[in-house]
Structures are given as structure tokens and as C-alpha cells.
Design a binder for this molecule. Sequence first.
Ligand code: AHG
Ligand code: MN
Ligand code: MN
Length: 342
Amino acid sequence: MSFNNKKLITLDEFTIRQTRQFPNATGELSALLRDLSLACKMINKQVNKAGLVDIIGKYGATNIQGEEQMKLDIFSDEMLINVLRNSSECAGIASEENDDFVAFDDEYSVNSKYVVLFDPLDGSSNIDVNAPIGTIFSVYRRVSPLGQPCTLEDFQQPGTRQMAAGYIIYGSSTMLVYATKLGVNGFTLEPSIGEFCLSHPEMKCKENGKIYSLNQGNTCKLADSTKAFLEYCMQDDKENGLPLSHRYIGSMVADLHRTLIKGGIFMYPADKKNRNGKLRLMYECNPMAFIVEAAGGLASTGTQRILEVQPTELHQRVPIYIGSRNLVSKALEFVSATSELV
Ligand code: AHG
Ligand code: MN
Ligand code: MN
């Protein structure tokens, strides 16, 4: 990248400019995003060292969902919590890796407007094969009164109430993709200056896509209606752009990042083993649905818009169909008819 003839816009500059469009904005959201990006730069540093130091491997503990935690999961979780605890813009957090939410009780935090939910390290099974992994976050304005610690109610809000959401992909380069209702923008980390710089302005999810993405090994466990949609994707029908190609990395961040850039559909449907699907509403599906919808795409459980699901538990799971508007609509024609799992 040349620094001479092209003006770099850093994430910070960008969010401050966005804030100026709102006369009453206080800049707190920009400051919160700066803190989140700082934590992710620190995670990025550890991710880059993953093959060098003894940070790969299982930590020997399981999280609330009974999954093995890897060391980087723990590191990333702690890094985000520590940075946000010290941030004066965050009243509390909820993380995929912790059983309960954490309310920060210092004098600044109790007066903060925002709570943050995150999946600190997404795609952890990909760490030891050097495939892309990520961090996903979601920001809500709290509903409990200022001046006291935040409450469960602040975290269990439907996705429509998100103020902002984003992800960081630790891939061949490190990128932060950030959405507000104003749109979606992508920033690439320029390592020599340690700043995320605007590289993908106004990202749009194509209306049509040529790629479908799911763990197809689960087909035998899927409802017949979902199987019928997969048959559709694999159909020999050149005139209608079929068959589609299949791609699956197994990191939601990486699969969604491709879907956002190239178009397509990503799915983690309900199956006989995971009757609500596998992915978590609050840490994975809601933030990704917010980003994809802000880019013009769609996200559904199969029967309901993801963003309108009223959460009942912090760690609840939902089936997801997300991506290009026309392809998701096509999937819904199949799966909303019947989603019976026998
Ligand atoms: P996490 O690493 O945060 O537990 O998330 C893993 C998720 C998600 O990233 C991915 O889409 C999905 O698990 C893959 O699941 P399968 O291995 O069942 O395909
Ligand atoms: Mn995840
Ligand atoms: Mn995770």
C-alpha cells in the first residue's frame, strides 16, 4: 500500500465523520468501536503467533454449551472483557464463552449507554489448520436506567435494536467489517501503522449468488424441505444459473465474509441432532443478520426474520439462512413450507 498519493481513512476518522451526521451524537459509539478494534488488534497479534508459541491446543475446559475451549478462545475472551471493562463506554458484556453476562460496576461503566455481546473467537476448530477465524460483536443501547449496573434485559433485546454490529476476520489479511443502519464498510488492518483503513466502502450483498454454503455432511439429518432446497442448488439447469457451487470453510465469519463479497447463501439449518440449529442467536446470527441486511441481503430462521426473534436465553440457538436476497427468498419457498424433522 502506498501512503503517498492516496489518503488513508482510518476507522476512527471514518466513525467520527459518520457521527457528525447526527447533531446529537456524543461520539460514545465511535469510542466504543475504537476500544473493540484495539482488543481485536491484540487478538490478531496472538492469532498470527498461533503456530509459533504454545497457544494452540485445548485448554482442557468446556464452555456452557459443552464444547471444548481452545486457548485462543480464552485469550480472546479475556482480552475483550479487559478492554471493555476499562472502556468508559461499556456498561457490560455477554460472551459466548461465559455462562452469564458481566455488568461492570465502576462509576463510569454504570453511566454508559451501551452493552456489547460477542463471540470472541469464531471458527476455533480452524486454528490449527491455519484457516480464517474471526471475532463477532454486537452493540445495543441499554434499556435499564443509567447510574446502576446493567441487567439481563439489556442483553436480551431483539436484533432489530442493534445500534451496530461487526466482525473481524483474521485471514490472509485482517479485516474489520462494521455495520450501522447507515450501511456496511470494510477496513483492512495496515500492519505497519497498526490501523484499520477503509478498503471496502459501502459494501453491498449481491441480489443473486452462485454459491451455497453449509455442512453438507449433515444432509441425512435435515428436514425433507431443506433437502429439497439442496437438490434445487445442485440441479442441472444452466438457464437458471444452476447448479450452484458449494463452498464451506466451517468458520461462520469466513463463510459470511465470502457471502457478503461474492453473493450466495450460507445456512446452518435445524437438523435431527440440533433441533434449533447450531449457531447462537445473540453472538453469531443477530450480528451477521444485521450486517447482511444493512448490505441489502436477507437473514431468516426459515420461518421468521432473524432480527425479529425475541430472545429468551442468552445462549439460545436458531437455524439460519442468510445471504443474497433472491437466493434466500428461494430457500424460504422450500423450507417455510414444512420444516418437520422426523
Ligand atoms: P465457534 O468456533 O465460535 O464455536 O463457532 C463455530 C461455528 C461456526 O463458526 C461455523 O459456522 C460452525 O460452527 C461450523 O459447524 P460445523 O463444524 O458443525 O459445520
Ligand atoms: Mn462462533
Ligand atoms: Mn467462538
